[in-house]
Design a protein around this ligand. Structure first.
Ligand code: ZN
Length: 1013
């Protein structure tokens, strides 16, 4: 061994002789060497777009007492480090940071960086504004935030990112693999966090790298080469960590004139670490992720040490080491022309060790999750209106909302795993973005109601107001005293591509009001008093959110049915008169000696029956579909495991310690409001859970509005509140949950397809993320539950669906955030635990008929009617343009197609995304090829040119498909099966075909002279 060291020293000395004095030139030019183990060093930094600090604090490097991190330092120090040696490489991921930096660089620096990007020394990968989460995100938000980053990179550098780099999110979704992977043109997808049991098996079987087919419908064209990092993290192997001023790893000391020379020792350690990783990896290529959170504050320390490792390890010769990137690594794997194992479905839930399922974050911070979803639907509508009116170059625009929403998709934002002050920062950004978009929308409505040629409209006379706190009945705009010679005009906008009929509810102060439609005809309306519980909630939260104390305010909910054309609006006028129905509650008390008779709710096809004994829900009867099912519903909480055990329940981890049924604290009566449009049942479950159940005459689902909180903690026990919906469906351990609101995946309790699950957390380990809904079925019936935001849920016992609505916990769960998830809201000095109000919807259908409701009503939940109000005097009759549709008046989109994006881009072209809503075989009528007639979607515009783009709209789709690598799958003979896609756009008829689950993205160039709706 001594002799071996001697040989190395001789070589070192001979190199030194070649140069002046002690100046040392390191040979870093090494490429791949066939036949040797190749270690690909991938220098990277992982920069959270907010977590312990806000995005801006991380960027500028403030608030360092929380975490020493400054992204500006990373990017500033990176450029000279890369220029110092053309063999050095780096990947950069988070565009939110990169753009903050790029905007402030000189033209000279920009030129330099453009060269670094074009030579591949600096590679921009993943490329969205943030590294989005994959559980609590909706696919439309994932697409939008990726598009924002990808198009910017294309504009500034004329490149398209090739690699998905989701190294930190807490589990991985099927939609990420096929939509945000294959469909954006990525050649590979890399990540770190998969279940510890899964990882152990994959290491044993060398299956950490595989072909992931995320879509059942799209088959092999949805495949992507994927790699899960062998150690479950994205750090370098132990001992090879070179952050400035960090002492955890020895630097490579190769100056023989100084003490502690350690070259051979470091080379040996390097070879040992490489061989150990090679033992669990196929082929003779392995990747080392050289970096971690916010590293490269002084980039030179990393590169200096990597230069030396490359130089000396290659001299040693046992393994080959090179500067690399995930693209180079992927290309070398591809060039091997080997077959890889196939993976389907997804990587949820994620546990990093026994008893530590990261399934709590599916529900953590439910109010932020609700806010993100509400803003997402609003942004979709606001972009449409911005297009119809014409984008205003000098503002306001929807851009700040786009930016705020993009950042909110980060894996420590919508997940709820950030510190409280950071959560506040995300909410503030959304609120600022909303405010500006609200002006865009108001101006569009002002112009569009004024004249049909509104493209030149500047200062519309009608000022429309909107009410973001309408859900808690706070809406100053509707508090018009109608009895004082005033009228209230309501504009109802529908952003869906179908005509839509739904009940609208607005808070009013007068009981005697009538509603007329746009023809002046009085329509059916109902008035329901606002209950005291809602008024108390409104007063506290409106003050907390607006900073202004509110008056007693509206006393009634006025409800009427709005009928609105596709991509259009209808207007209604509220004036003095007598409402069709003024509804007083009827109270039922239960228990005691005499049994009351059962209470029946619902005046249409759907009826709910409540027990005469105790007032609980017992039966769901649909007279049209002949579904008659027993149905119960209740609330339960899990006590969060405390600190001092092996694992506390916290922002990330759901670790229940037993369950407790929520018992009513006293016998509260059932209060029932029956009206011609809908019936309501009010139940005060206990002092901190209030529930309203609605059955609409014209709908066949149940709407449940829950108000949960403040969750009591005076017993010093954190609580996680769930609702349980119980039926007698025999679902045999099987249930279905959506992937990011898109595909439904089959889940089987206590089972994983990829390994033999050792069950140690029978509840937390069966939780899955839900963004659209969850359903169970047997041979006759389906029970579907749809949600209004991201939540966690499961089917813990047969027949039952459970969703978690709110969490309040008293301990940190040890995953870095270092705060307990204990959200409070304060007004002046009075703080209390956060109350969350939301909705879920449930419905039974005969087997095979549930998907129509899940898909079409799911769109209505995502895109609720957008309401705007304006006060008028008594003489006013109507708007010049009282109704509008952007589409041909005879047209609506097919039932299986939705518009995901309709937006004017900066250059005046239009971005259009159409999505087929059904999977292959999901519905007997609608899982078929659909056709959209663009001429009827844009009846008043002439389409000059239409280009089909990749999903993130940064390259033409044809080019993306041509460039994309194709891979061989083990055990499959054919390279590609024939997956079904729509054909090319018919250039004359301008029709677009969409196959099941297909999303098509177009950039359309209109003849702008003709712009007129
Ligand atoms: Zn992270």
């Amino acid at each position: 061994m001594a002799g071996f060291v001697g040989v190395v020293l001789t070589v070192v000395l001979s190199v030194c002789v070649l140069v002046e004095g002690n100046y040392m030139v390191y040979d870093t030019a090494q490429g791949v060497v066939p036949g040797k183990l190749n270690v690909h060093l991938v220098p990277h930094t992982h920069d959270d777009v907010g977590w312990l600090k806000t995005v801006d604090q991380y960027y500028v490097g403030s608030n360092n007492s929380i975490q020493v991190a400054c992204v500006q330092n990373v990017l500033d120090s990176l450029i000279p480090a890369l220029l110092a040696d053309k063999n050095r490489k780096f990947i950069y991921v988070e565009q939110a940071f990169f753009q903050r930096w790029w905007r402030r660089q000189s033209e000279a620096t920009k030129k330099t960086v453009q060269i670094l990007v074009s030579t591949g020394q600096l590679e921009l990968i993943n490329g969205g504004m943030c590294m989005h989460d994959e559980a609590a995100t909706h696919y439309i938000d994932m697409i939008d935030q990726t598009t924002l980053g990808h198009r910017y990179i294309k504009q500034q550098f004329n490149v398209t990112p090739r690699i998905g780099w989701q190294i930190d999110p807490f589990g991985h979704s099927a939609v990420q693999a096929y939509l945000l992977g294959a469909e954006v043109g990525f050649d590979a997808l890399f990540f770190a966090r998969i279940d510890y049991q899964d990882r152990a098996k994959r290491r044993d079987e060398k299956k950490l790298e595989f072909i992931w087919q995320g879509s059942k419908t799209q088959g092999s064209s949805s495949q992507i080469f994927s790699g899960a990092f062998y150690a479950g993290n994205y750090e370098p192997p132990t001992g090879f960590y070179y952050e400035v001023n960090d002492e955890s790893s020895p630097v490579v000391q190769d100056d023989i004139n100084l003490f502690d020379y350690n070259v051979q020792e470091r080379v040996d350690a390097f070879v040992a670490a490489a061989l150990s990783q090679a033992n669990v990896t196929r082929s003779n290529h392995i990747m080392w992720t050289m970096g971690t959170d916010f590293k490269y504050q002084y980039a030179e320390t990393w590169f200096r040490n990597m230069d030396k490792l490359i130089h000396y390890v290659n001299q040693d010769g046992r393994v080959n080491v090179l500067y690399s990137t995930p693209s180079i690594y992927t290309d070398t794997k591809h060039a091997l022309n080997e077959a890889w194992p196939l993976k389907s479905d997804d990587f949820f839930p994620y546990a990093d060790r026994i008893n530590a399922y990261w399934t709590g974050y599916f529900t953590s911070r439910p109010a932020i999750k609700g806010y993100v979803r509400t803003m997402s639907g609003y942004y979709l509508a606001a972009r449409q209106l911005e297009l119809f009116k014409g984008r205003n170059k000098s503002g306001p625009t929807t851009e700040s909302l786009a930016d705020a929403l993009a950042i909110a998709q980060h894996h420590d934002a919508v997940t709820g795993t950030e510190k409280q002050h950071v959560a506040n920062d995300y909410a503030k950004r959304l609120s600022i973005g909303y405010k500006e978009s609200e002006d865009v929308v108001a101006a569009a409505f002002g112009c569009m109601t004024q004249s049909s040629s509104f493209s030149e409209c500047k200062d519309p006379p009608t000022k429309f107001t909107q009410c973001p706190l309408l859900n808690i009945s706070y809406c100053p705009a509707t508090e018009v005293d109608i009895s004082q010679g005033k009228k209230l005009a309501v504009l109802v906008y529908n952003s869906l591509g179908w005509k839509r009929t739904s009940v609208v509810r607005i808070p009013v102060i007068n009981e005697n009001v009538t509603v007329s439609d746009s023809t002046g005809k009085v329509i059916l309306s109902q008035i329901i008093p606002i209950v005291n519980a809602s008024i108390a909630n409104k007063k506290f939260y409106a003050t907390a959110y607006t900073g202004e104390s509110t008056s007693a305010g509206p006393m009634y909910w006025l409800a009427f049915t709005a009928e609105v054309p596709p991509l259009g609006f209808s207007t209604y006028v509220i004036s003095s008169g007598k409402a069709s129905a003024s509804i007083k509650p009827r109270s039922y008390t239960f228990g005691g000696a005499q049994n009351s008779s059962a209470v029946e709710i619902g005046s249409g096809n759907l009826k709910l029956i409540y027990s005469g004994n105790n007032g609980t829900l017992t039966q769901y009867i649909n007279s049209r579909s002949s579904v008659n099912m027993s149905l119960e519903q209740s609330y339960t909480y899990y006590a969060g495991e405390a600190a001092g055990t092996d694992q506390a329940s916290g922002a990330y981890v759901f670790r229940p310690n037993g369950t407790s049924e929520v018992q009513p604290e006293e016998k509260f009566p059932l209060r029932v409001f029956k009206g011609p449009l809908y019936d309501e049942v009010h139940q005060m479950i206990n002092s901190w859970i209030y529930q309203i159940t609605r059955v609409y005459k014209e709908k066949e689902h149940v709407e449940v509005e829950f108000t949960v909180g403040p969750i009591p903690i005076d017993d010093e026990v954190g609580k996680e509140i769930v609702t349980q919906i119980k039926s007698n469906i025999g679902n045999n351990k099987t249930f279905y949950t959506d992937s990011n609101g898109r595909d439904f995946l089959e889940r089987i309790r206590d089972y994983r397809a990829d390994w033999d699950l050792e069950v140690n957390q029978p509840i937390a380990g069966n939780y899955y993320p839900i963004n659209l809904g969850i359903y169970i079925k047997d041979n006759n019936t389906e029970l579907s539950v749809l949600v209004d935001r991201s939540v966690g849920g499961s089917s813990i016992t047969d027949g039952e669906v459970e969703i978690m609505l709110h969490r309040r916990l008293l301990y940190d769960d040890g995953r870095g955030v270092d705060e307990s998830l204990n959200e409070t809201v304060c007004v002046l000095d009075k703080c209390s635990g956060l109350t969350v109000q939301g909705k879920y919807y449930l419905r039974f259908d005969p087997l095979g008929e549930g998907s129509k409701w899940r898909r079409s009503f799911g769109q209505e939940i995502y895109s609720p009617f957008l309401l705007a109000f304006t006060e008028q005097d008594d003489k006013w009759t109507n708007f010049a343009i009282p109704t509008f549709s952007a589409m041909d008046s005879s047209y609506s989109l097919p039932d299986n197609v939705a518009i995901l994006t309709l937006q004017e881009l900066e250059d005046g072209t239009v971005l259009l995304r159409l999505a087929h809503l059904y999977e292959d075989g999901e519905d007997k009528d609608l899982s078929v090829m659909a056709t959209v007639e663009l001429k009827k979607v844009f009846p008043n515009k002439k389409i000059n040119k239409i280009k089909e783009m990749s999903l993130s709209a940064n390259q033409e789709r044809e080019e993306m498909v041509r460039k994309r690598l194709s891979w061989k799958v083990e055990g499959s003979k054919t390279k590609q099966d024939n997956d079904l896609r729509g054909g090319p756009v018919n250039p004359v008829k301008l029709t677009v075909e969409l196959a099941p689950m297909e999303i098509r993205t177009f950039i359309i160039d209109f003849n702008t002279k003709l712009v007129q709706y």
